[in-house]
Design a protein around this ligand. Structure first.
Ligand SMILES: *Cc1c(COP(=O)(O)O)cnc(C)c1O
Length: 375
């Protein structure tokens, strides 16, 4: 796909077989009686949305989930045929994308529903939507006291909009201390579903569960599961250690090569801000990756890399384009030797732990300067 010899050697390598394997393991663990939505928003959490989606489609994914209609369009243009749900609403003038690219919008306020209904009437079509209920996330969705009104309003738009799905999203499904809260969210959702049914709707798809919900809360599985982090092997990072889960592996590794090696005497400073001082004669290697690639500056003087099988420290500030590592302990190290930043025992979760975030953010943040290479 990309020729490694034709670009800077910094790249993210995506193991598509691991991705498909993770999907199969999830399905085995959660149950083959459910439908599965592969959540591929944000460029498939940084893994590359079209190649990942095509792989997951052939592995049996029934639906795809994206944040924005633009992302859905990208999937259609890339050849994805299965239904695509857009979690994040559609904005004025995006109605045409919904229709032309056969995307399924999520609706959670009357204004948007009316706008879509008017558009559908103009075109003489019925548009299928999923309605989102805010059962406790406090973010996207209809608040519980408004569910009854919304269900009636929707019933009055039956000639233009069809409620194909009812969904909600969990605030803390990964956390055992919040089990009661998650159970409350599930109960509230069931109540909303009854209200919709009583108003004459018959949603085919009932989806509540994200990855941690599906793994930890069997009662949340409805008939359609929305899997994001689990597919990319990032789930173990957010679940409490010891949680029994499907056993997933990372899909992405981040690698580069040494651009230069310098022998630096004791007492010299390295990089911006002079934050690192050598304490002995050191072999310092220059790696062409920086925060403009999404490699966190917060790893300055605390992150690691693997060179020739040896774990070595990042020294000095991570800058926009360059990172320094101390390779004094690596025997026979040479320019162009491979440097692993994620992989070979370093997980996105390890980086996240050092930088105060979760692995999801680490892979999402890898910028467009970093080619994705599929293997
Ligand atoms: C991102 C997202 C998901 C996927 O969540 P994971 O924890 O990555 O499985 C599911 N549903 C909605 C609405 C989302 O926005």
């Amino acid at each position: 796909m990309h020729r490694l010899d034709a670009h800077r050697p910094t790249a993210a390598y995506i193991d598509l077989d691991a991705l498909a394997d993770n999907f199969s393991r999830c399905r085995e663990f959660i149950g083959s009686e459910f439908k599965y939505m592969a959540v591929v928003k944000a460029n498939a959490y940084g893994h590359g949305s079209v190649p990942c989606s095509l792989k997951l489609e052939s592995a049996g994914a029934d639906w795809f989930g994206v944040a924005m209609p633009e992302e859905g369009v990208e999937l259609r243009r890339g050849g994805v045929a299965k239904p695509i749900l857009c979690f994040g609403l559609f904005w004025p003038r995006q109605e045409e994308l919904i229709l032309d690219y056969q995307l399924t919008p999520v609706v959670f306020n009357i204004e948007t529903a009316v706008r879509l209904s008017d558009f559908a009437a103009q075109r003489g079509v019925v548009i299928g939507v999923h309605v989102k209920i805010d059962t406790g996330m406090g973010r996207v969705g209809i608040r519980m006291p408004d569910v009854g009104n919304f269900a009636l309003k929707f019933a009055s738009m039956r000639k233009t909009l069809r409620v194909d799905g009812l969904m909600t999203h969990f605030a803390a499904a990964e956390n055992p201390e919040e089990n009661e809260y998650t159970a409350m969210q599930i109960a509230a959702f069931d109540e909303a579903l009854e209200t919709f049914r009583a108003a004459g709707h018959d949603p085919e798809f009932i989806d509540l569960a994200n990855s941690p919900g599906a793994v930890r809360h069997p009662a949340s599985r409805g008939n359609l599961i929305r899997l994001g982090g689990a597919l990319y092997g990032l789930l173990d990072d957010i679940l409490p250690s010891g949680t029994i889960g499907p056993g997933l592996r990372p899909v992405l590794s981040l690698r580069s090569r040494i651009a230069d090696i310098k022998s630096i005497a004791a007492g010299e400073t390295l990089g911006y801000g002079r934050t690192f001082v050598t304490t002995s004669l050191s072999n310092i290697a220059l790696v062409p990756i920086g925060y403009a690639d999404g490699f966190p500056r917060a790893l300055s003087n605390c992150g690691h890399a693997v060179v020739n099988g040896v774990l070595v420290p990042i020294v000095g500030r991570v800058s926009m384009d360059w990172t320094l590592i101390d390779v004094t302990s690596v025997g026979g190290v040479a320019i162009e030797d491979e440097v692993t930043l994620i992989g070979n025992g370093i997980n996105a979760a390890d980086i996240a732990g050092l930088t105060g975030t979760i692995g999801y953010e680490i892979t999402c943040a890898l910028s467009s300067r970093v080619p994705r290479i599929y293997e």
